[in-house]
Design a protein around this ligand. Structure first.
Ligand code: FAD
Length: 611
């Protein structure tokens, strides 16, 4: 085995992932922990990493409390309604009450926020969204984190968390490798905050082959935020609640500004408004939830999917009317230029000028995340002043593992936090982690040297496997001794697509399919021992695949456990086609046991705190 240098880094607080949640955690940890050593570790470069890398055109979570536009309770009601009744109201309220101050801070740091010329207030795109010139959103936020951190380690892929040798349920740090130098890193920390984003590419995407990098959620969101805590035995929640998005076809361009600001609308291939057609049908499935305002995101998908299945696709967004106004036309294009420039390129390449042609919409493949109209993630302790006692076992945003915190996509039960809410949750987690370190975590945890050495061997093994196995073939990429990360990824996506409710199965699954899917996932897991990595870049792909596979298994277990169709439009349990409030108005929780490879499932109550 090639010798790899090991670098040891000691810290008080270790932040894994320097995206929106991670930057918020780093910034706030410094505010409360002036004398602490705060380290942020990121697999890319925080300057342009994470889901906001390319910039955004809107901040989707802003109350506007000082103008009396909305109150935190309103946001809880909104998120609860959108998630068909199931959100952690304590966590959501906690974000909503602090999110405005986050946004004001962004503005102080130089983020240009559009103003309504008549009122002087922030320009609203919708009830919760404000419009920004956000191409440089991420560099602005990253600068604050960089200044706050004792050190930022870019280009380090974290592969595993470490546990305290003396106290089995206490986190002790993390290990990973530098994707440029190949050095092995051991980070020891008194508290760890995981903010490693959501998961794309666990279900087969619509765009394959040369286009496979084009997904709605960032292609580099590789499920580490779930796999890292899962491996430590942290409880996860709502992992079945994958999200499907209605977006412009082929470029995944966002539709929010079009619907909300430009007041565009949809119609079927024959120019008809189809949503009303599916009202009675949907009511039979979900009851009164279809009458809620706004109509839950999944149910709007549902109407579109049914209309397409009935043979009246494609569904189009009517842009021709709005785009006659030159101001609207500019807004429509600029919306992509700051955020999803690829959509403008796709339209240009397909001869679509939305002023003259109504562009097609489609539904995406499913993603797993915790910050959008969905709430998968870790089960976290709630705020001391607001959470019911059953939701409190430690510090705010601490998972069920001691000293392990999370933010953003990593934390479950809190939908609709988006970029600003994820940063805010990072701040909340950072503050709580400082308190934890000061009150109970002052002593550095003990690492097991043997465990670190074992992990080092395991982490680089795909490179050894490749080096040896490569000699058995003279050309091509298919070897009898290893599978490449891309092969494993495609196999994973196929399993998830066909058995767990992806696009190829019309988002539909059932118990026999899920059971078979789990068998196939297990076989894939066995084969991951034979991953081959040609270089450090492929080694990163290999570990991203490990994380995606474990998160996928968790999604499948949760989907099997919840014997109802809670969110039609996101996925369907064909053997339990209706929403079942009697048995399933609850959270689903899982806990993975690494030694046995088994999952324990349970229900947890949903407490409605806001009326
Ligand atoms: C196309 C698109 C449009 C969106 N539109 C909006 C919008 O208009 N308004 C809005 O407010 N929000 C929007 N969002 C949502 C917003 O971007 C997310 O809610 C937010 O970024 C989530 O924050 P996070 O910290 O959980 O994840 P991220 O910001 O994605 O950060 C995760 C970080 O972890 C790093 N990482 C991952 N794995 C590892 C590992 N193993 N080791 C080390 N580092 C790792 C990643 O590189 C990344 O930097 C949009 C997102 C997308 C993709």
């Amino acid at each position: 085995m090639r010798r790899r240098k090991t670098v040891f880094v000691d810290s008080d607080i270790l932040v894994v992932g320097g995206g929106m949640g991670g930057c918020g955690a780093t910034y706030e940890s410094r505010y409360w922990g002036r004398d602490l050593k705060i380290v942020c570790v990121e697999k890319a470069n925080i300057e342009r990493s994470g889901a906001v890398a390319q910039g955004l055109y809107a901040i989707n979570c802003y109350m506007g409390m000082h103008w009396n536009e909305n109150q935190p309770e309103d946001h809880v009601r909104y998120a609860r309604n959108d998630l068909m009744g199931l959100v952690r109201e304590d966590l959501g309220y906690d974000i909503a009450r602090h999110v405005d101050s986050t946004v004001h801070t962004f503005e102080e740091w130089g983020l240009p926020i559009m103003r309504d010329p008549k009122t002087g207030r922030y320009q609203r795109e919708g009830k919760w969204q404000i419009m920004i010139h956000g191409e440089s959103y991420k560099p602005i936020v990253a600068e604050a984190a960089r200044k706050a951190a004792t050190e930022v380690y870019n280009r380090i892929m974290v592969t595993h968390l470490l546990m305290d040798k003396a106290r089995p349920n206490r986190v002790a740090g993390a290990v990973g490798f530098n994707v440029r130098t190949g050095n092995f890193y051991v980070f020891r920390a008194k508290a760890v905050i995981v903010a490693a984003g959501g998961a794309s590419h666990i279900f087969k995407p619509r765009a394959v082959g040369e286009g496979m990098g084009r997904t709605w959620y960032a292609p580099w969101s590789s499920a580490s935020a779930y796999a890292l805590p899962i491996l430590t035995g942290a409880k996860m929640t709502q992992m079945e609640n994958r999200i499907v998005l209605t977006r412009f076809k082929d470029g995944y361009g966002p539709v929010g500004a079009y619907f909300l600001h430009l007041k565009t609308y949809t119609q079927n291939a024959y120019g008809q408004n189809y949503e009303a057609t599916w009202y009675e049908h949907t009511k039979q499935l979900v009851g009164d939830y279809v009458d809620r305002h706004p109509v839950p995101t999944c149910l709007r998908n549902h109407a579109l999917l049914e209309e397409v299945k009935a043979g009246r696709g494609p569904i189009r967004m009517v842009t021709k009317e709005a785009f006659q106004d030159p101001h609207n036309e500019t807004v429509g294009w600029e919306n992509f230029l700051g955020m999803t420039i690829g959509q403008a390129v796709v339209w240009a390449s397909q001869n679509i000028d939305p002023k003259h042609i109504n562009p097609e919409l489609t539904t995406s493949e499913p993603y797993v995340m915790g910050s959008h109209a969905t709430c998968s993630g870790a089960w976290a302790s709630g705020p001391e002043d607001y959470a019911p006692s059953e939701y409190q076992w430690g510090y705010n945003r601490m998972m069920t593992v001691e000293g392990l915190f999370g933010a953003g996509d990593a934390i479950g039960g809190t939908a609709h936090k988006f970029s600003s809410g994820s940063f805010t949750e990072g701040r909340i987690a950072g503050k709580a982690a400082v308190r934890y370190v000061n009150e109970v975590g002052r002593q550095q945890p003990q690492l097991s040297e043997a465990e670190c050495e074992d992990l080092k061997r395991t982490i680089y093994k795909p490179m050894e496997t490749f080096e040896v196995g490569r000699n058995e073939i003279v050309a091509g990429t298919v070897s009898p001794s290893y599978i490449l990360p891309i092969h494993g990824l495609q196999r994973l996506e196929k399993i998830m697509d066909e058995y767990v409710g992806g696009i190829g199965a019309h988002y539909t699954t059932n118990e026999p399919l899920l059971t078979r899917g789990l068998e196939l996932l297990n076989m894939l897991k066995e084969d991951l021992a034979y991953l081959g990595a040609e270089d450090l870049h492929q080694l990163q792909r290999a570990w991203e695949l490990h994380h995606r596979v474990l998160a996928s298994e968790c999604v499948t277990q949760h989907t099997l456990f919840r014997t109802e169709t809670r969110w039609p439009g996101y996925y369907y349990r064909a053997d339990h086609p209706k929403l079942d409030d009697k048995d399933w108005h609850c959270f689903t929780l899982s806990r993975y046991d690494q030694d046995s490879g088994k999952w324990a499932m349970e229900k947890a109550p949903v407490y409605h705190i806001v009326d």
